[in-house]
Design a protein around this ligand. Structure first.
Ligand SMILES: NC(=O)c1ccc[n+]([C@@H]2O[C@H](COP(=O)([O-])OP(=O)(O)OC[C@H]3O[C@@H](n4cnc5c(N)ncnc54)[C@H](O)[C@@H]3O)[C@@H](O)[C@H]2O)c1
Length: 251
């Protein structure tokens, strides 16, 4: 298996940390890009514990200059980025009528434009190298909608459509782009959402009941799908949207 250089956004905790560890297990070096530096350092410590190479890359993906700097740091210290996982995301449960434009901007800036910034900074190098894997973390909310997550669902729908378009534009250059859509997953984000929303636990219980397998996903289950799309073997699979959600979304 060829060892590659990967950058995973939001790899300080939750699903992103599990992705960083899964890519490490495949032999890749991983830039752990996150706004939370201490958590990113914990992920790197876990990578090193299993014999891998990780790099703490502090970055706020809503800041274009910081994203450019993060990509340069990774290239300088690990080499050209061959695998990009746009995973960082954020949400809060709010009825649409109670949201305002500042909230819309925040959701879009993190969940959609953050991915645009990183992809814009990394894709030219992949095109030049004629090899690349882009894997974006979407959400089942972006495929079928999710009550109290209207703007987030819209942003994740945009992630899916953008990914398909990049897949088309880069298809003849050895580059694939795919989206993995988690269903409700046991992470600090989900816990935060439950704690902050009125009736948060009721909402999560309802979400869990809707899952045919009747449980939350564990982060490593999402990471396995991401690692597959990032692999050499998945080289003829592009523009796809894969739900990892215990059967919640079957389409
Ligand atoms: N947990 C779920 O139920 C669930 C379901 C569907 C989709 N997702 C998606 O999975 C991805 C990971 O979510 P998670 O549940 O692991 O969340 P999490 O909050 O546990 O982890 C997300 C990480 O992203 C980082 N991050 C947030 N904003 C950032 C920014 N501006 N710049 C850099 N890093 C930033 C956080 O610091 C954190 O370490 C997100 O895209 C989320 O939308 C999660």
């Amino acid at each position: 298996m060829t060892a590659r250089v990967a950058l995973v956004s939001g790899a300080g905790r939750g699903i992103g940390r599990a992705i960083a560890l899964a890519l490490t297990a495949q032999g890749h070096k991983v830039a752990v890009a996150d706004i939370r530096e201490p958590e990113a350092a914990e992920t790197v410590a876990e990578i090193e514990k299993i014999g891998g190479t990780g790099l703490v890359v502090p970055v706020d993906i809503t800041d274009t200059d910081a994203v450019a700097q993060a990509v340069l740091q990774t290239q300088d210290e690990l080499g050209p980025i061959e695998i990009l996982v746009n995973n960082a995301g954020w949400d809060e449960l709010v009825p649409f009528v109670d949201t305002d434009e500042a909230f819309w901007d925040k959701i879009l800036d993190i969940n959609f434009k953050g991915m645009l910034r990183l992809t814009h900074a990394v894709l030219p190098g992949m095109l030049e190298a004629e090899w690349g894997r882009i894997v974006n973390t979407g959400s089942d909310a972006g495929r079928v909608g999710s009550s109290l997550e209207s703007v987030y669902a819209g942003a994740k729908g945009a992630v899916i459509a953008f990914t398909k378009t990049i897949a088309r534009e880069a298809a003849r250059k050895g580059i694939t782009a795919n989206t993995v859509c988690p269903g409700p997953t046991d992470t600090p984000l989900l816990k935060g959402i439950v704690d902050s929303a009125d009736d948060g636990s009721k909402v999560i219980n309802a979400m869990t009941r809707a899952v045919p397998m009747k449980r939350l996903a564990q982060p490593h289950e999402i990471a396995a799908a991401v690692a597959f799309f990032a692999s050499e073997e998945a080289g003829f699979i592009t523009g796809q949207t894969l739900s990892v959600s215990g059967g919640l979304t079957m389409a």
